[in-house]
Design a protein around this ligand. Structure first.
Ligand code: NAP
Ligand code: MG
Length: 500
């Protein structure tokens, strides 16, 4: 692993020590374990294309053992029965400990998924905020609702479900681990987390921290590293889970939901998107163009709810396009931990090929490539870099309909409010759309007309703890995240009735 140390003299000593481990093992039952067959896979730094870790590649039998351990910890570790205020205090301690190490976690996240360092810090802060949010919320939930019914004494009690499974993607590894784990743990459940193969390191470092500080009983949080088709499939197929949460693509989401359906395990899916921004002619053109350019280049466009279809009212269309081209051209592509970098690489060679192929397919289908994009070169770094790109034309084009997951936006004009809404909703996805106008009454009307889980006004990608975040259609099913509803999802209601 010496390459890592040479390349990043500024790395924290804790990060160097962590990356210098010969094999990053999975964390099961409070111990570090290898796959029974000894298999491993490599993890790369997307900014250099170089290997930074060798990680245990768990198979079905290894995963099933981890689930058994999580079930046992649910019944026997004391976590599920711990008084709510004590459990809440543990979650706060975890948040405090991560906060103390925020730069360690951010360096690991930046290296592992190619995230611009400052954005990685933001993700770790979000994890901390999520833990604090659910720790506090868990203390004010009503765990026993008395129901007034004739001739009966009745109440609904709420208890944790048991072992819960989590399968998460590579674009926001630590932030999404927080969104999943915090409500489940706050409610008293035990967890098995399968991180993405490209980005397992921050969740493993979390386990390292939890073990060192003895913050959770053994078996309450287990991280099973491995390939999607093996470890991921094994998590989705295990009938001993009481709840499952999947975040990722609609294609894999379908497989996970099918497997859960067979076992009658309740599953929630947070899936992809093809969000629209509907921009009216009364906006400040420069300011709005700047915000949309920031949105599509943030984490190199690998954001599920991003504004990828920019619908612009006809009379400002050409001025707006000019503003966007100028701003997109000036975005500084570079190594994620270098000062001045505004946009880092995409996560993998596969993702780079996907982005470039959509530009080709879009043009082949008749779209205008109004800002060329393509491969970007960063001196001295052989990573997975692409330039931001803009396409325009018919919204029937493949690049306007399918999720690209890169710094590529598709522009089209519209005339009336009604047409803007219709075009925004003309998609199989339904995660986040935004409306841009000085007329706030119109904004409220348009935002509510979106057939999506989220409608944002004069901003995009706005996710706030306390406000439900979920998708409809191909963007998700079965509930959302970061709100009181989410905590409730991890509490099993039991109705108790006594005839009087
Ligand atoms: P993905 O390919 O669906 O992978 C997601 C997770 O599923 C990974 O951990 C993956 O493991 C695992 N997996 C792969 N095959 C599996 C199988 N057969 N059974 C069970 N699990 C399996 O998605 P991705 O490419 O990582 O992430 C991008 C997608 O996530 C986009 O569509 C994006 O919009 C969506 N997303 C949605 C949200 C939201 O909140 N709605 C948030 C973030 C991302 P491996 O990585 O090891 O293959
Ligand atoms: Mg990586």
């Amino acid at each position: 692993m010496s390459t890592v140390v040479e390349n990043k003299p500024a790395l924290a000593p804790e990060v160097t020590a962590f990356l210098n481990k010969a094999v990053q093992k999975a964390f099961v039952g409070g111990r570090w374990v290898e796959a029974a067959d000894g298999a491993t896979f490599d993890v790369l730094d997307p900014g250099t294309g170089q290997k930074i870790a060798t990680v245990a590649s768990l198979k079905k039998a290894d995963v099933d053992k981890a689930v058994d351990i999580a079930v046992d910890a649910f019944h026997n570790s004391g976590w599920a029965k711990m008084p709510v205020n004590e459990r809440s205090a543990v979650l706060h301690r975890i948040a405090d400990a991560v906060e103390k190490r925020i730069h360690i976690f951010a360096q690991i996240e930046s290296l592992d998924c190619g995230k611009v360092y400052g954005q990685a810090v933001g993700d770790i802060q979000n994890f901390i905020d999520t833990f604090r949010y659910f720790a506090d919320l868990s203390q004010s939930v009503n765990y026993r609702n008395v129901i007034a019914v004739k001739h009966h004494e009745a109440w609904v009690a709420r208890h944790p479900w048991g072992a819960c499974g989590f399968i998460i993607p590579w674009n926001f590894p630590f932030l999404l681990a927080g969104w999943g784990l915090a409500p489940a743990l706050a409610a008293g459940n035990t967890c098995v987390l399968k991180p993405a193969e490209d980005t397992p390191l921050s969740s493993l470092y979390l386990c390292h921290m939890l073990q060192e500080l003895e913050l959770l009983p053994a078996g309450v949080l287990n991280v099973v590293t491995g390939l999607g088709s093996e470890a991921g499939a094994a998590v989705s197929q295990n009938p001993k889970f009481r709840r499952m949460s999947f975040t990722g693509s609609p294609e894999v989401g379908r497989m996970v939901a099918e497997a859960c359906g067979r076992n009658l395990v309740p599953v929630k899916c947070e899936l992809g998107g093809k969000g629209a921004a509907v921009v009216f002619n009364d906006v400040d053109i420069a300011e709005t163009a700047e915000k949309l350019v920031q949105a599509i280049t943030f984490h190199t466009g690998q954001v599920c709810c991003d504004a990828t279809r920019w619908l612009i009212q006809k009379d400002i269309y050409s001025d707006f396009v000019d503003e966007c081209i100028t701003r997109m051209k000036s975005v500084q592509v570079g190594y994620p931990m270098d000062e001045g970098t505004q946009m880092g690489p995409v996560v993998s060679a596969k993702q780079k090929a996907r982005v470039l192929s959509y530009l080709q397919k879009g043009v082949a289908g008749g779209a205008d490539l109004i800002l060329e994009g393509g491969e970007a070169k960063v001196p001295g770094k052989n990573g997975f870099y692409v330039k931001p790109a803009l396409l325009a034309g018919s919204l029937d084009n493949i690049a306007a309909r399918e999720e690209i997951f890169g710094p590529v936006a598709y522009l089209a004009p519209f005339s009336s409010e009604e047409e803007g809404i219709r075009l925004a909703n003309d998609t199989e996805y339904g995660l986040g759309n935004s409306v841009w106008s000085r007329d706030l009454a119109r904004c409220a009307r348009v935002a509510e007309s979106f057939e999506s889980g989220n409608g944002w006004i004069n901003a995009h990608n706005v996710i706030v703890h306390g406000v439900p975040y979920a998708g409809v259609g191909k963007s998700g099913m079965g509930g959302g995240v970061v709100s009181p509803d989410t905590l409730n999802d991890y509490l099993r209601p039991i109705s108790v009735v006594r005839p009087l």
